[in-house]
Design a protein around this ligand. Structure first.
Ligand code: NAD
Length: 483
């Protein structure tokens, strides 16, 4: 399979008012293939003019779309889901090529989740109800939840279609129109989605896509006076810039940011399951999932046994061509990101860590790094505090439950955690004591789209998922009727 056999990767465009168009300025930048390092297409280098046009199209579409009955909106979203499902193989291959992720993972995770996102919110809006509050016998209050208008949706490169559709689906299901800004590093499936929504019959302007750099197109979207809300997923530092630009304009804001998630393994855990699942939570998608458990803490009595088994399993992972069905770990997203990951491995050595396996960039074209396991570091090291977002994990022993909780809570992040134990009471105690938005007990990445999802502290503000998403994308209006 080559780039030449997938011409859609070269055809990246903006999508404004139902038309696939180039950037107003006609400028482009290269789209680099992570597994070869070669240019595989061009991306429109959009600026304020493109954002202005997209916002104008979204505003034009809003009055009619927001009044479209929920059943009709639902049918259109279900049609979009069906078309993504129809094109799943092509979308999976393109996502793999564009992001470096193994095609097997795109098939299993990314594309099915994009389908599920549209189906979930298509049906959710058929089951919505709102509150009523009777004030004794004097008044009756009822709450309307009305769409916001044109909303901005900014997403990262690690789960491109998965996360973009996680925002687009609830936004338009709730009756908003939107301007989506995919990552400049993974623009292709957003353009394919634009073709799909057109084929599904979505009215022009309901979904718009502006491609380009965050500091230019993303910033223009965040600052635009006619954009009512920004739903942002990305890094913590970027999130701070987005918040600073959105706050003075009083936009609704949802921030899903970085993580440095603990994976806590007690001595009574099912070790087979803990090792197998921890391999996934460490190295799936090259460790480029915000929910990856990059800090592994193991109770001292089983620490050495766990390390031996975990390292042996890590060595069996096949690193290579993302389009090969047998590949477990593909390429990192970019040369710059690979340099960042390698830099942290070097730092780990300087901080006194022992590289138990891996540690090197692969000597081949593209941006490949060995799955890497580091032991011997403590919670005060930078490697255990800063998000690496690559195939690099640390394993640190702990003495008891109190220390495990302290270690888990020792960073500024608070996105997710896994806890492995067969002791039910301890599981509940530890879950309650770890400060993060999602805790998995004896599992990882088991997602139910109805549950609240989001982070604490530097991992974000607000929650998405289920009603949380629909509430974010609507304004609550109370109507008080005197009786
Ligand atoms: P990033 O912050 O560099 O970019 C995210 C998006 O923001 C991109 O579309 C980018 O173009 C845009 N952007 C950049 N600067 C901007 C600005 N000034 N104004 C507006 N938009 C701007 O993140 P990334 O490197 O693409 O993604 C990796 C990060 O995302 C990691 O930190 C990861 O943990 C995080 N992430 C979080 C979640 C979550 O749900 N919490 C999910 C996935 C990824």
């Amino acid at each position: 399979m080559t780039v030449a056999s997938m011409p859609e990767v070269a055809r990246v465009a903006n999508f404004i008012g139902g038309e696939l168009v180039d950037a107003a300025g006609g400028e482009h930048f290269d789209n680099i293939c992570p597994s070869t390092g070669e240019v595989m297409g061009e991306v429109p280098d959009s600026d304020e003019r493109d954002v202005d046009a997209a916002v104008a199209a979204a505003k034009r579409a809003f009055p009619s779309w927001s009044r479209t009955p929920a059943a009709e909106r639902s049918t259109l979203l279900l049609k979009i889901a069906d078309l993504i499902e129809r094109d799943r193989e092509q979308l999976a291959r393109v996502e793999s090529l564009d992001s470096g992720k193994p095609v097997s993972l795109a098939r299993k995770l990314d594309i099915p989740r994009a389908v599920a996102n549209f189906r979930f919110f298509a049906t959710a809006i058929l089951h919505e109800s709102t509150e009523a509050h009777a004030t004794d016998t004097t008044a009756l209050n009822y709450t309307l939840r009305q769409p916001l208008g044109a909303v901005g949706l900014i997403s990262p490169w690690n789960l491109p279609l998965y996360l973009l559709s996680w925002k687009i689906a609830p936004a338009i299901a709730a009756g908003n129109t939107c301007i989506a800004k995919p990552s400049e590093l993974t623009p292709v499936t957003a353009t394919m989605l634009a073709r799909i929504v057109t084929e599904a019959g979505l009215p022009p302007g309901v979904v718009n896509v502006v491609q380009g750099f965050g500091a230019k197109a993303g910033r223009a979207l965040t600052c635009h006076p006619d954009v009512s809300a920004i739903s942002f997923t990305g890094g913590t530092v970027t999130g701070a810039a987005v918040a600073a630009n959105a706050a003075p304009r009083f936009k609704k804001l949802s921030l899903e940011l970085g993580g440095k998630n603990p994976n806590v393994i007690f001595a009574d855990a099912d070790l087979d399951d803990a090792v197998a699942t921890s391999i996934r939570s460490s190295f799936w998608n090259q460790g480029e999932i915000c929910l990856c458990g990059s800090r592994i803490f193991v109770e001292r009595s089983i620490h050495d046994r766990f390390v031996d088994r975990f390292v042996a399993a890590t060595k069996k992972l096949r690193v290579g061509d993302p389009l090969d069905d047998a590949t477990d770990v593909g390429a990192l997203i970019s040369e710059a990101h690979l340099a960042k990951v390698s830099g942290y491995v070097d730092l780990a050595s300087r901080e006194g860590g022992h590289i138990a396996t891996g540690g090197r960039r692969l000597d081949r074209p593209g941006f490949f790094h060995e799955p890497t396991v580091i032991t011997g570091l403590t919670c005060d090291c930078r490697v255990l505090n800063e998000e690496i977002f690559g195939p690099v994990v640390t394993i640190t022993p702990f003495e008891n439950e109190r220390e495990a909780i302290a270690f888990a809570n020792s960073t500024n992040y608070g996105l997710s955690a896994s806890v492995w134990t067969r002791d039910l009471q301890r599981a509940h105690r530890v879950a309650s004591a770890i400060d993060c938005g999602t805790i998995w007990i004896n599992t990882w990445l088991l997602r139910d789209l109805r549950v609240p999802f989001g982070g604490m502290r530097e991992s974000g503000v607000g929650r998405e998922g289920g009603w949380e998403s629909l509430r974010f994308f609507t304004e609550a209006k109370n109507v008080c009727v005197k009786l």
